[in-house]
Write a protein that binds this ligand. Structure first.
Ligand SMILES: [Zn+2]
Length: 348
């Protein structure tokens, strides 16, 4: 069967193999036929040789961690043939650490977790894959066009779950949320904020292309100016750019008792001047919280499937700006300036 692979650590090793072996039954009892794989910055970093780890004993890694497929067979009866399904990306570490021991693998403490298409587990960019029932998330059949957004949605569901948990340290009635960065993660974070009834604001550099209208369709106010000219202090900021200046400004601009969730990964290597004392003074005197958030556990994946089912499917579909047939796979990994989410289409 066909599979998109790289040799981790080797830039330019992206290949479409025709003779990749069928998934071994040890991978799981549920056999799935791939429909689509979403592509994100992590895939690009792996292709550039900067990231990624092959499974033990082999030199290549099948790409793809944002999955959508259709069940072919499930002898356990958890899912039925024809059901839509996505695979949970991260598996708990074998030790396990205290968090993985209670299936909170998104909070793994020893870094020995594995991840499909990223770290020591083959990804979903192959025509067929297998899942264990505990890592298989069923989706509403109406999500066939957009269910591939489940993985990024699970990431923002986790972010909001932790914002809520932190909020419960005191009386917490947030009214305004700012999302910085209108990429897929930012727009999905804004979707969840709107589903919570918050007054939503989205900030991004661009004034052209689909982003302002996509934010507007959620009822969100779109900003493209600097964060310090927002004109108000948001109760919650979900920072999705990873841009150092925006990260810092978020910490300064959040309202008293506010929460800043850092969900964007910075590339690092750039330094900016910072008055650490003033920042500390702001955070302490306003009881503010800044925290990082990555990945998601089963609870978040299930809640993400519900959030997608509740959302406007036409809006979700317009996040997918390009669907690239598998035969043209290389084009899928070259995002254009107007792209939000690019998807590799296994049905074309
Ligand atoms: Zn762990």
């Amino acid at each position: 069967m066909r599979a998109v692979t790289v040799i981790p650590g080797v830039a330019g090793s992206l290949r479409l193999l025709d003779d990749y072996p069928e998934p071994a039954t040890e991978e799981g009892s549920i056999l799935v036929e791939a429909l689509a794989v979403g592509i994100c910055g992590t895939d690009i970093e792996i292709i550039e040789g900067l990231y990624g780890e092959a499974p033990p004993g082999i030199d290549h890694l099948v790409l793809g961690h944002e999955s959508l497929g259709r069940v072919v067979e499930d002898p356990t009866g958890t899912l039925q043939p024809g059901d839509l399904v996505a695979g949970i990306v991260r598996h708990p570490d074998p030790l396990p650490c205290p968090n993985c021991a209670v299936d909170e693998w998104d909070m793994c403490r020893n870094g020995m977790f594995t991840e499909h298409g990223i770290k020591a587990l083959p990804g979903f960019a192959r025509q067929r894959w297998r899942l264990q029932p505990r890592f298989a998330v069923g989706l509403d059949p109406e999500l066939v066009e957009v269910g591939v957004l489940l993985e990024p949605t699970s990431v923002v569901v986790k972010a909001w779950d932790h914002i809520d948990r932190i909020g419960r340290r005191a009386e917490w009635q947030p009214r305004t949320a700012l999302v910085t960065g209108a990429g897929p993660i930012g727009l999905l974070a804004a979707l969840l904020a709107s589903q919570r009834g918050l007054s939503v604001h989205v900030l991004d550099l661009v004034t052209e292309g689909p982003k302002p209208a996509l934010a507007g369709a959620l009822g969100a106010t779109y900003h493209s100016g600097p964060l310090d000219q927002l004109g108000f202090e948001p109760d919650v900021i979900v920072e999705c750019t990873g841009a150092p200046r925006v990260v810092l400004e978020s910490m300064y601009r959040v309202a008293p008792t506010g929460i800043v969730c850092l969900a964007g990964v910075s590339s690092g290597g750039r330094t900016i001047d910072l008055d650490a004392g003033e920042l500390n003074r702001t955070l302490v005197l306003e009881n503010n919280v800044v925290f990082g958030s990555v990945n998601a556990n089963r609870r978040h994946w299930d809640a993400a499937a519900e959030a997608l089912a509740r959302a406007d499917h036409a809006w979700l579909s317009s996040l997918i700006t390009r669907r690239v047939p598998l035969s043209d796979y290389a084009a899928a990994y070259s995002p254009g300036p107007q792209d939000i989410k690019v998807v590799l289409d296994f049905t074309a």
